[in-house]
Design a protein around this ligand. Sequence first.
Ligand code: SAM
Ligand code: SF4
Length: 351
Amino acid sequence: MTPVHVGLPGIRGALGLRERPDTPDLIDRFGRTARDLRVSITEKCSLRCRYCMPEAGLPPIEASKLLTPEEIARLVGVAVHRLGVREVRFTGGEPLMRRDLEQIIRKCRSVAPHTPIAATTNAVGLEHRARTLVEAGLDRINVSLDTIDRNSFALLTRRDRLDSVLTGIRAAQRAGLSQIKINAVLMPDTLDGAADLLSWCLDAQVELRFIEQMPLDAERAWASTTMITAQHLLDALRHKFDLVETRREDPSAPAERWIVDGGKGFVGIIASVTRSFCSECDRTRLTAEGTVRPCLFSDRETDLRTRMREGASDEELADVWRAAMWSKSAGHAIDTVGFVRPVRSMGAIGG
Ligand code: SAM
Ligand code: SF4
């Protein structure tokens, strides 16, 4: 495979502000405002995707360090009511590994009745919970599915659970979760299955988005020379489909979008590495242990859990969160001489 040029993140306007303006929102020095909250709720997972988890799983988080449903809901309330967050997404690890996921969603729904609540899930076991999750207040899901070939799935995830994922997606549709998006991360050995995956998604009426693999795998095997880029993928899909580029769903959305075969559906590509969207990033992250992580690629985290347990008020927590986001780095800088891989892998941060 030919080496690829890995893009550098553009920095919008490089505001270079020195002093934080007096605004309640989660702004940073580069002029970005975070509105999209990702909350990791566990490090546990039912799969072991090679681009994410080590074979043995991640080291377990001590129960006393994991945020409780009440604490998650309190921080979601702070984010929505004091910091201008407009969407909340639960992730992990695998959110379905928490038996109290319904309770978490119900509590968040009650503190933020009008805020969209979403989850990113591998859908293993979702068939048994889709209805109760919707009843609790879940609005949307993204499902990670990288191949519809059973053997490739088992090799990639180290678990033979493709049937459970597909059944879970259908159960989610029956439960009323429309607009399901499928996230696929391709590796060299699954690229050949990309067209079949797209055909399956078109038939199932779910929108497929391919995501470039980032250097966030626990086993540190990622290399720019072997990663599947957006361009490799487009070349592969064009053998089977007619693709016409179209507008993004919303201009700040990371996925570039194509109309497939004159209108059968859409396919998206999130070129997080080769066409980085760091300059448009509107995300703020909470880890399962209750730290704010402004950027996937920066290990700088700020502890809210301890402050919350020591009695901090909502406004004190909001202030700490604002300060953490103000120092968000400009971008990931993958493939620059100075690039340092973060210590935590994707499954430990929350993708
Ligand atoms: N277990 C859930 C799932 O797989 O959807 C949620 C957590 S997972 C870490 C969230 C997203 O991160 C998934 O869509 C997954 O494909 C993506 N992901 C994991 N490792 C990645 C990597 N190294 N590069 C890009 N995306 C990755
Ligand atoms: Fe688990 Fe999701 Fe990571 Fe796969 S991508 S190992 S399903 S956390």
